[in-house]
Design a protein around this ligand. Sequence first.
Ligand SMILES: [Zn+2]
Ligand SMILES: [Zn+2]
Length: 305
Amino acid sequence: MAEGELDRRIRSKTLTDLRGIGPKTAAAIVQAHAGEVPEYLQRLEESYAELVPLADDVAEFRAALRGDLHTHSDWSDGGSPIREMAEAAMALGHEYLALTDHSPRLTVANGLTAERLEQQLDAVAELNEELAPFRILTGIEVDINVDGSLDQTDELLGRLDVVVASVHSDLRASSAAMTERMLRAIENQHADVLGHCTGRLVIGRRQRNGTQRPRPESTFDAEAVFRACVEHGTAVEINSRPERLDPPRRLLTLANEIGCEFAIDTDAHAPGQLDWQGNGCERAVECDVPPDRVINTRTAEELLA
Ligand SMILES: [Zn+2]
Ligand SMILES: [Zn+2]
């Protein structure tokens, strides 16, 4: 927001009229604007002072990543414009960022219709001219429908740089049904990355429409699914969101033994969340995933080829 508007809102105490700004955030803004360290931040830093930076081997792994292949903007359920996501990625040293907003059926997340996705492609092309050599890769997090088909037109999926395919519904289906559904999606020629494969939530999370409770993993024949990923060149995502950390270690170890490729992604819905890749790298190191099997260690050209 413009400098003048911020001053005016602080004076008139109307920061909380803005969407997403509650009393705690407003207090932090007022204190930061006055040049103070916000009390809230001070308290967090005191409580978590024992947190240490990434271990050396994890930091090294993280440094090998050149980009992020699963992120959201305010076109779907993210909180920020595409440009802000891209600029945050650039500040982290990324060479590219795949913009993977949700597909039409995920209406709760304002999924993009074919028309809106076409508009987004134009917006990304314009931004890319300005931000080069940084590159926003076009993409989608496409829902895997119950029958295993993907929730966007074939034509559009074929035009996108990165297609992350994820299950977001009927998570408690039988193992046989879930396996069939996932196999069909993995076999789809457009599927590049299998997103958060078990759908688990290890901790509850707050959303705009209330609290989502933790939920267990979906059940499926993991060996068959990971073998199909190898056969069809679909990378298994290591999702770095703290409430997901998906796949769990035992499945990540299995996928690694089977020879899968991986994408270490943040699934960021806000610029600050792009910094979560360390979580996924920690998992990768723990489970002995070799960096050369992680597709986002590659340059954009190698990746697209
Ligand atoms: Zn998802
Ligand atoms: Zn996502």
